[in-house]
Design a protein around this ligand. Structure first.
Ligand SMILES: Nc1ncnc2c1ncn2[C@@H]1O[C@H](COP(=O)(O)OP(=O)(O)OP(=O)(O)O)[C@@H](O)[C@H]1O
Ligand SMILES: [Mg+2]
Length: 224
């Protein structure tokens, strides 16, 4: 199986060297646990070795706000953004104008840039664009199938917690599930990452400690 380095220190050693290519990865976890940071860190890692990365959002937050908060991390490289190796796109307008056409709008952007890694952050806003669960399911299926043809790593982020995942459509459809959490322990909250599934991969199980600092997300497997 082809694999690509995640670009997240500590993660590749948990997953036989990297993410299976192509694959879709659900990155789940409560607000502020590090989902966006991890995904964008992976985009920049790929872009540094010549890949193209795409970050698509559907929320009303303008792209410059997202980029401003991400630019404080050392992995963020403005020159890669200027060269178009990491592309930030806001789908919010397209979604509001014509929800029925979201899939085509997405496909159009993907065909334009042919990304090697793509982040849809958060996938949950897409659900709002569709009037029924059935249509959202069709969208998810079509989109993940479409992305496979691009030999791409597709990250889908979702604000759900561990308890929501077994019942979720996104969890069922994705090839891999990474879940961030920050359980309360005595008086502190520490962050953890767990690999719940990764198709074709013998992965480390259980919650592994996460550190977020200026360099981004680091996983410390085995550290308690
Ligand atoms: N320089 C830093 N040093 C340490 N921790 C940081 C730093 N920058 C951000 N963080 C931590 O990372 C978190 C932000 O992570 P991020 O925005 O990636 O989370 P998220 O899961 O995408 O959240 P949301 O669901 O709200 O989008 C902050 O809540 C903060 O705890
Ligand atoms: Mg986020």
């Amino acid at each position: 199986m082809d694999r690509v380095e995640s670009g997240i220190p500590g993660l590749d050693e948990m997953i036989e060297g990297g993410f299976p290519l192509p694959s879709s990865i659900l990155v789940a976890g409560e607000p502020g646990t590090g989902k966006t940071t991890m995904c964008v860190q992976s985009l920049f890692h790929g872009a540094k070795s010549g890949e193209t990365g795409m970050y698509l959002t559907g929320i009303s937050e303008p792209n410059w706000v997202v980029q401003k908060f991400l630019s404080s991390f050392s992995f963020f490289d403005q020159s890669l953004v200027e060269m178009g190796r990491v592309v930030f796109i806001d789908m919010g307008d397209a979604m509001r104008r014509n929800p029925d056409d979201v899939l085509n709008a997405l496909k159009g952007e993907v065909e334009r840039y042919s990304p090697n890694r793509l982040v849809l952050d958060p996938i949950t806003v897409m659900r709002i664009a569709f009037d029924s669960q059935k249509r959202y399911r069709e969208f998810l299926h079509d989109f993940t199938t479409f992305m496979k043809a691009f030999n791409c790593i597709t990250f889908l982020t979702s604000e759900m917690s561990y308890a929501d995942i077994p019942h979720s459509l996104e969890g069922y459809m994705a090839d891999s599930i990474l879940v961030f959490s920050y359980p309360k322990e005595e008086n502190a909250r520490r962050k953890y990452l767990e690999v719940l599934k990764m198709r074709g991969t013998k992965h480390l199980t259980g919650e592994q400690a996460v550190d977020i600092n200026q360099a981004g997300v680091t996983i410390q497997p085995g550290l308690r």
